[in-house]
Design a protein around this ligand. Structure first.
Ligand SMILES: [Zn+2]
Length: 240
């Protein structure tokens, strides 16, 4: 089985006019980690099916902010932990809940709004599920459209699986930071996946130890091609 990194096409080559002003309903703050000295603000993990409305801090988690106090970040993360999939790392900046905001224009079947976020039209998701692809979890959005024939857009929720092979890492390997759970972003060589770490039950997932990398199986790639999906690009990730 081959594996591919899923990418978007450059904006200038898109045939579609989709335009958005959106964000997830809730999120953990960004934070500076006292152990590894990383300042976390960029997002690469999102759980759109997770509802935080029952937490006393829900209102506070609606705004995005940079938390100075790491122990406060840890308290917030511990509260969210029981509500998310077991594979979640919950790095600072992780987002939750439906996408809210406004959108307009035309949209392809499936596309990456950011490198780490996959939006899909409901009928496209149903097509892919009917083809037997596994692990496609479409989550509703709360987007406002000011147009006729607005599409129903869903966000795909992805689990974290798969690690870099030691041969592409610096000598001695690379462990996540014990405090914030983040990985040093650098690979010392071109990316290589560790075969033993890859899930056998999913056709789509996020790479566990590389920020923002979305991986699909050869089966998924073949299906996209056969069904004529547009507006995506693939790069093969070698496996050892
Ligand atoms: Zn850290």
């Amino acid at each position: 089985m081959r594996f591919y990194e899923l990418h978007s096409v450059p904006d200038e080559s898109s045939r579609y006019t989709g335009d958005y002003s959106i964000n997830h309903k809730w999120g953990l703050p960004g934070v500076h980690c006292p152990t590894c000295d990383a300042s976390w603000g960029s997002i690469s993990e999102a759980y759109p099916s997770v509802d935080l409305s029952g937490l006393p801090e829900a209102k506070q988690l609606e705004k995005a902010w940079l938390e100075e106090d790491f122990s406060k970040f840890e308290r917030l993360r511990a509260m969210v932990r029981p509500l998310v999939p077991a594979s979640a790392r919950l790095t600072p900046g992780t987002r939750f809940g439906p996408l809210v905001g406004s959108a307009r224009g035309t949209f392809p079947q499936l596309y990456l709004l950011y490198a780490w976020m996959v939006i899909i039209r409901r009928e496209a998701l149903e097509q892919l599920q009917a083809e037997g692809l596994r692990g496609l979890k479409g989550c509703r959005t709360e987007l406002r459209f000011r147009q006729r024939n607005a599409p129903e857009l869903l966000e795909l929720e992805m689990e974290l699986h798969g690690s870099s092979h030691p041969d592409c890492l610096p000598p001695g390997g690379r462990e996540p930071c014990e405090t914030c759970g983040g990985y040093d972003s650098g690979l010392s060589k071109p990316p290589l996946l560790d075969k033993a770490s890859l899930p056998e039950h999913l056709d789509l997932f996020r790479q566990r130890d590389r920020h923002g990398v979305i991986i699909i199986t050869e089966r998924f790639a073949d299906t996209l091609r056969r069904l004529g999906f547009e507006e995506y690009a693939l790069r093969e990730l070698p496996v050892r």
